[in-house]
Ligand binder design. Structure first.
Ligand SMILES: Nc1ncnc2c1ncn2[C@@H]1O[C@H](COP(=O)(O)OP(=O)(O)OP(=O)(O)O)[C@@H](O)[C@H]1O
Length: 223
């Protein structure tokens, strides 16, 4: 049997923040892997380091030690420029606060990362727009959208770039319960279509239960 290569593989990842003169450890040797097409929930108490771990996995922050392999490439020894290229091409992030670009309309927001990655494909975008029910919104600007619509645009933007790894930091945390479950189901269906691996940070046991696997971060380690 051939072994599946994980799209994301962290091993022995450590990270401390300097506070005044002290180094405060947040991650103390984190190991995790995520296979293509797999969905993984990351839970943990507030301040346990979930966002830090997600940012390290996405190359937005650097680990102090260990390996962070995205699609087989270790981000840790890379220069900022090399890491930025991986971030653009292989990883996409969906944040709780949507983070759309206010000066771009919906169509241009959706195309943004795919364009940067040199991978804009009208058919892929058309599929995402249809599945997320965004066809009436394409010429609107983010300020004219509801929270649920903004998060659907952020999901379309992330997946239009056809990333190997999708990282989501409480992606439905700013939405009401009904909208949250609709957006979550749309996200999961689209992730299944693309074969990307999804690492999703959540405080919600119900959302964690919808993922294939769950990891809990506590005292700097996952189990
Ligand atoms: N840039 C920074 N400088 C100093 N300390 C930081 C920095 N970023 C995070 N921390 C600290 O690291 C710890 C982990 O933060 P992180 O945001 O990763 O936790 P979290 O589990 O995502 O929390 P929450 O569930 O509340 O969002 C916290 O104690 C936080 O104060």
């Amino acid at each position: 049997m051939t072994e599946i290569a994980p799209v994301l593989h962290l091993s022995g990842v450590t990270k401390s923040y300097s506070v005044a003169t002290d180094a405060v450890p947040v991650l103390r040797g984190v190991d995790l892997h995520l296979n293509p097409g797999e969905t993984l929930a990351l839970t943990g108490e507030s301040g346990s380091g979930k966002s830090t771990l997600l940012h390290i996995a996405g190359g937005l922050e650097t680990a102090d030690a260990g390996q962070v392999r995205v699609a087989g490439q270790d981000l840790v020894p890379m220069t900022d420029t090399q890491r930025a290229a991986i971030r653009c091409k292989d990883v996409a992030v969906v944040f709780q606060q949507f983070n759309l670009i206010p000066s771009l309309n919906v169509a241009d927001n959706i195309a943004f990362q795919a364009r940067l990655a040199g991978r804009l494909d009208a058919q892929v975008v058309g599929h995402l727009v249809a599945k997320l029910g965004l066809s009436e919104q394409l010429t609107k600007y983010p300020e004219a959208l509801s929270g649920g619509q903004q998060q659907r645009v952020a999901i379309a933007r992330a997946l239009a770039a056809r990333p190997r790894v999708l990282l989501a930091d409480e992606p439905t945390g700013n939405l009401d319960e009904g909208t949250s479950s609709e957006v979550l189901e749309q996200l999961l269906a689209l992730v299944a279509d693309t074969g990307a691996g999804l690492l999703l940070v959540t405080h919600s046991p119900g959302i964690a239960a919808r993922m294939d696997r769950r990891l809990h971060l506590s005292r700097g380690q996952v189990a």
